[in-house]
Ligand binder design. Sequence first.
Ligand SMILES: CC(C)(COP(=O)(O)OP(=O)(O)OC[C@H]1O[C@@H](n2cnc3c(N)ncnc32)[C@H](O)[C@@H]1OP(=O)(O)O)[C@@H](O)C(=O)NCCC(=O)NCCS
Length: 184
Amino acid sequence: MRAYDAIRIETPRLVLRPLRLDDAEVLLPMYADAETMRYMGVDAYGGTAADLRATLEMRLEVYRRDGFGLLATELRDTGEFIGRCGHLRWNVGGTVETEVGYLISRAHWGKGYATEAARALLYDGFAHLDVWRLISLIHPLNVASQRVALHNGLRYEGEVTIPEIPVRPVFPAQWDPKLGIHVT
Ligand SMILES: CC(C)(COP(=O)(O)OP(=O)(O)OC[C@H]1O[C@@H](n2cnc3c(N)ncnc32)[C@H](O)[C@@H]1OP(=O)(O)O)[C@@H](O)C(=O)NCCC(=O)NCCS
């Protein structure tokens, strides 16, 4: 298993690296922004940076145990922290599914960064996570996120409900040993 702290994913414009506790400060305004959180299934974050740091500390324990998780997403040129994207695991009706998830800061929306990060995470997930299928769970009204999935070739499959978040359409990608990423 790859160590979470050893993950580094590079794309033409982005670097995805393990989250650190001091990322809480820059994540806070993103999580506290109602517009950003509108379709995330949770309210805008009302806690302090210290609260978020404590939550992050717990998440990092899980990411280190599992060898994957959300990653800081930075601009390659400047090192600016523009969001967090990565792999998340869900129990969907008794089936373990691995999601490619993404959140980009509002100042950087519409520049293709989520599409670029998600594509890299599809390849990385199939290479390192021992899965044949990756999904994105996307709120029915989250058109921007659906565009990201569609750009990467993912297509709507159906809807699921999981305890953590309400009804979510599923956009899956599958791995075919001959074809590479295979979408239906
Ligand atoms: C969804 C999100 C990650 C997209 O990030 P991004 O870097 O702006 O995405 P991209 O630039 O790669 O692509 C966005 C696409 O959505 C489109 N889009 C953006 N806002 C839109 C809107 N309000 N309505 C319809 N389409 C929209 C863009 O035009 C683009 O599509 P196009 O290339 O076909 O024109 C970003 O909006 C975000 O972080 N939202 C809050 C968190 C979230 O919802 N995450 C997804 C959870 S499933």
